[in-house]
Write a protein that binds this ligand. Structure first.
Ligand SMILES: Nc1ncnc2c1ncn2[C@@H]1O[C@H](COP(=O)(O)OP(=O)(O)OP(=O)(O)O)[C@@H](O)[C@H]1O
Ligand SMILES: [Mg+2]
Length: 333
């Protein structure tokens, strides 16, 4: 794989509520190559946001990062002092969220909010920062930049606000942008435009993007590499084409089957039976075995190891060994 901008090793983040422990992120490892878009996909509650927030150490009570490493330019974020951490969050890694309104202050103009961010994180004065802000507004393809600068958040549409958030995120020229469901609240055409914008920015600036979504349609649009999470675990990862053409884990296959296919009549959309387990009640077994159509005896006893065959496509499933379908295991259902 290409040189990574960030490497996450054995990340473990748990939540402690009423003497119960939710294993929200459990032993998750991955890297994000420079200039590439990595998508994390999985059902609600599987640990996508907690993974993203852990990279910036934005986990607070009742959550706790228990272990692992987050190596950014060879420095472990989990061990950084407050000053380095502040610098990392403001200047190297930016984050955008699903709801732009909650990140913007309704009583200040867009311009003032962008200028403030720029002044805080650079050596520019207000006048220079204003100029840079106008440039950023233009860069995210918003028309009449000067007019946008003097508008208040409620005067803009959801799609425009998400572009403003992207402009703010870009103001420090980050080398990594973390985007947590940034298009989920937008309608489909606007969503497609925002995805195109992010791809364009990636292409022209070589920025890396960690993109979180539960929508495989969005993954297909934007990802270079995909990580599939299930119940706090990474269960499969692959370059985009491999994942769609040759999914391995029965959960990934289920997700792909649950997608509506354009031009193909489906009486009823497939859905994976059962529900995601409670993350505070996980046993020794594979967490997906109750819902799995290919479950083996061993799956009910032992969680499968995450096997790497030296390629970029790997999975944690007893059906596979070294990337090949495990013939001795299959068929003993
Ligand atoms: N503030 C919290 N208090 C207690 N448990 C939490 C908290 N935040 C997250 N968790 C636990 O972590 C798990 C993973 O949450 P996370 O927000 O990462 O899910 P997600 O994959 O982002 O879901 P969604 O698609 O709905 O955003 C939850 O299922 C829950 O068990
Ligand atoms: Mg989330």
């Amino acid at each position: 794989m290409e040189e990574p901008i960030i490497r996450v090793n054995h990340l473990q983040t748990y939540f402690y509520v009423d003497s119960r422990i939710s294993r929200a992120v459990d032993d998750v490892s991955f890297s994000i190559p420079k200039g590439k878009i990595v998508c994390i996909v999985g059902e609600s509650g599987c640990g996508k946001s907690v993974t993203a927030l852990s990279l910036l150490r934005l986990i607070s009570d009742p959550g706790k990062i228990l272990g692992g490493e987050v190596l950014f330019q060879e420095q472990d974020v989990l061990k950084m002092n407050t000053k380095d951490l502040h610098n990392l969050r403001g200047n190297q890694i930016s984050m955008i969220f699903q709801e732009p309104m909650t990140s913007l202050n309704p009583v200040f103009t867009i311009g003032r909010q962008i200028v403030e961010t720029i002044v805080e994180h650079t050596l520019l004065d207000e006048k220079q920062a204003w100029k840079k802000a106008v440039g950023l507004i233009e860069r995210v393809d918003l028309p009449r930049a000067e007019q946008i600068m003097t508008s208040y958040p409620h005067e803009l549409s959801g799609g425009m606000l998400q572009r403003v958030m992207i402009a703010i995120a870009l103001s420090c020229d980050p080398s990594l942008l973390i985007a947590d469901e940034p298009t989920t609240a937008l309608d489909v055409t606007i969503q497609a435009q925002v995805l195109d914008l992010l791809k364009g920015i990636r292409d022209e600036s070589d920025m890396s993007i960690l993109f979180i979504t539960h929508d495989l349609g969005v993954v297909a649009e934007i990802a270079d590499y995909v990580i599939v999470m299930y119940a706090g675990k990474k269960i499969e990862e692959a370059p985009i084409i491999d994942l769609f053409q040759n999914p391995r884990h029965p959960y990934t296959k289920g997700l792909l089957k649950s997608r509506p296919i354009i031009g193909q009549h489906q009486d009823r959309l497939y859905s994976i039976r059962g529900q995601v387990p409670d993350l505070s009640e996980l046993g020794q077994n594979c967490y997906f075995c109750d819902r799995c159509e290919e479950c083996l005896d061993i799956c009910k006893e032992k969680y499968p190891p995450y096997l790497s065959d030296g390629s970029q496509h790997n999975t944690a499933c007893w059906l596979y060994e070294k990337g090949e379908l495990n013939e001795s295991a299959s068929g003993t259902n």
